[in-house]
Design a protein around this ligand. Sequence first.
Ligand code: 13P
Length: 252
Amino acid sequence: MSRKPIIAGNWKMNKTAAEAREFIDAVKNSIPSNELVDTVVGSPALFLEGMKKGVKDTELQVAAQNCYWEDFGAFTGETSPAALEALGVDYVIIGHSERRDYFHETDEEINKKAHAIFKHNMTPILCCGESLETYEAGKTAEWIEGQITADLKGLSAEQVSNLVIAYEPIWAIGTGKSADANIADEICGVVRATVEKLYGKEVAEAVRIQYGGSVKPENVAEYMAKENVDGALVGGASLQADSFLALLDFVK
Ligand code: 13P
């Protein structure tokens, strides 16, 4: 089965609304057709409304970087998945290692978020990944299997077929140290095998798996050539318009 590639930028806590507008204006007419690749920008929640207006009638899609699992209520500072749906947001990144580490998010919470995102007709980009310590101890596969099994709990086969999973080794995020394409392929393969164990072959063949961690225009094609890597989740190299566009050159 051929899976459509998906390249997603994760801006993290960067840019002002004016800078976001400038970025969208600079890239929006140069994005390849979404028959060939899904191209996504993950922006801070603050300017998602402007982002959605900016990408209207273009091939670009928009992701939030987090959301809560309840629709509405007394949850000061949280972002409602119902409100994201109302804005027309396409994807929500969940379980990023920065959220797991700095904000102590657990697999149980990430699982609740995944259910809420599907309920509101958006697609989760679910992140998993191991620390340097786990990697060096040779325990990556069991760690990843544990995260994915807990994060997907109770989701239907149809939902998981439509899901995007991002494998992001924590030791490769923003460090300039990337897991090479063979390691990325191997661990994305572990993610796929875990999905197969839980949901069967058809679902495992359908789910799209990204690699993330120091992906740049210079190395993206190497990752994309690998069997189990269907896309990239990109931090630093997604911030500048020219670099973001260059990440898509492999499609040509
Ligand atoms: P970098 O591409 O800056 O390493 O960040 C990766 C990442 O965390 C994307 O979510």
